[in-house]
Design a protein around this ligand. Structure first.
Ligand SMILES: [Fe+2]
Ligand SMILES: [Fe+2]
Length: 290
C-alpha cells in the first residue's frame, strides 16, 4: 500500500530515528555491523526520511520554539492517567511500518526494563526503563516527530559540530543570532544543565511529569537519554557542573539498555503487567498529571 507522505512527519515510524541512532553508535557486534551496512545502503528509503527528519528538527528547534513548548506543556494540564494507562495510551501511536518487524512502543519499554531487571539493577532503575519513552505521547497531543524525538542539543548557544547533520543548522534562524552563536550563548560557564534549555522533545517533557516521584539518577536518565552530543560525544562539558558529570554516569549506564535490548521473543505485556503495576504503585500515585 502506498503511504501518503506527511511533510511534517517524514519518518515512517519513530523507531526509524532510534534505528539510526543505533547505526551511529553501534554496539560492537555482528548484528550492528549489518545494521551499519544497511544504513550505508543508498537504496534504504529510511535513510532519506531520517535525513529529512533532521532537516526539520534542526531548522525549527529554535530557542523561542523551545521556550514556547515549555510554557505550553509544563503546566501538565493535558491529561491525568496512571503510568500503565500512559504506556497503553502511547501504544495508540500507529506506525505504518511492517508490524512483523517493528515492536510496539509498549514492547520497546518492556524490553528495555526487562533487560535492566535481568541484570539485577535496583527496582527504580527497572521502572525507569519501563517509563523512559512515555514522553512520546507528545505525538498524540499533535506534536510533529521533530518536536518529540531526535538527539537533543542546547538552544541559545553555539551548535556542536558533533551533532548529526550539523549543516542543517544553517536553516535555523538562531544561527543568524550573534549572541546565540557564541560558545556559551545565553548561559554561563559551568552553570549546570538544570539551567540549560535543550531542544524540545520527549525527554524534557517526561522529566517534568515524573520529577517528584523518582530518585535523581532516574531523573537524569529520563531527562538526558537523547542528549547524545553530551553522553556519547562528550560535548558541552562547559555547560555542566560537577553534579551533572557525576549523574551522567547513570545516563551512560542506561543508554545501552535503550539502544541494544533486543530479546528474541517479544515481551508478554499481559503476563508482565502485575509486576509492573506493583512497581509503579511503589513510586507513583494512582494518577499522574501529564
Ligand atoms: Fe527515548
Ligand atoms: Fe527508548
Amino acid at each position: 500500500m502506498e503511504r501518503s507522505i506527511d511533510q511534517n512527519n517524514p519518518l515512517k515510524s519513530l523507531e526509524d530515528w532510534e534505528d539510526f541512532v543505533v547505526s551511529r553508535y553501534p554496539e560492537e557486534n555482528v548484528q550492528s555491523a549489518k545494521e551499519r551496512e544497511d544504513y550505508r545502503n543508498y537504496d534504504n528509503p529510511a535513510r532519506d526520511t531520517v535525513r529529512e527528519f533532521y532537516r526539520l528538527n534542526h531548522t525549527y528547534q529554535t530557542f523561542d520554539f523551545v521556550r514556547a513548548k515549555e510554557k505550553e506543556y509544563l503546566g501538565l494540564n493535558r491529561k491525568e492517567m496512571s503510568i500503565w494507562e500512559a504506556a497503553e495510551f502511547l501504544n495508540n501511536l500507529v506506525d505504518d511500518s511492517d508490524p512483523d518487524i517493528d515492536l510496539s512502543q509498549l514492547q520497546h519499554l518492556l524490553q528495555t526494563s526487562e533487560s535492566i531487571r535481568a541484570d539485577g539493577h535496583p527496582d527504580w532503575f527497572v521502572l525507569t526503563g519501563f517509563i523512559h519513552d512515555l514522553g512520546k505521547i507528545l505525538c498524540l497531543f499533535g506534536e510533529p516527530q521533530w518536536a518529540v524525538v531526535g538527539d537533543t542539543f542546547p538552544v541559545g548557544c553555539r551548535y556542536s559540530d558533533k551533532i548529526v547533520y550539523p549543516e542543517f543548522f544553517q536553516h535555523n534562524p538562531d544561527s543568524q543570532n550573534e549572541q546565540y552563536q557564541k560558545k556559551l550563548g545565553v548561559y554561563e560557564e559551568g552553570c549546570g544543565l538544570k539551567n540549560v534549555h535543550l531542544s524540545w522533545g520527549h525527554d524534557e517533557y517526561l522529566y517534568h511529569v515524573v520529577k517528584d516521584y523518582l530518585p535523581e539518577p532516574a531523573l537524569y536518565m529520563i531527562r538526558y537519554h537523547s542528549f547524545y552530543p553530551a553522553h556519547r560525544e562528550g560535548e558541552y562539558d562547559y555547560l555542566m557542573d560537577d553534579h551533572d558529570r557525576d549523574m551522567f554516569k547513570w545516563v551512560n549506564k542506561f543508554n545501552p539498555y535503550d539502544l541494544y535490548s533486543k530479546s528474541p521473543e517479544p515481551p508478554n505485556a499481559e503476563k508482565l503487567r502485575p509486576y509492573y503495576e506493583d512497581l509503579i504503585a511503589k513510586y507513583f500515585p494512582a494518577k499522574v498529571r501529564f
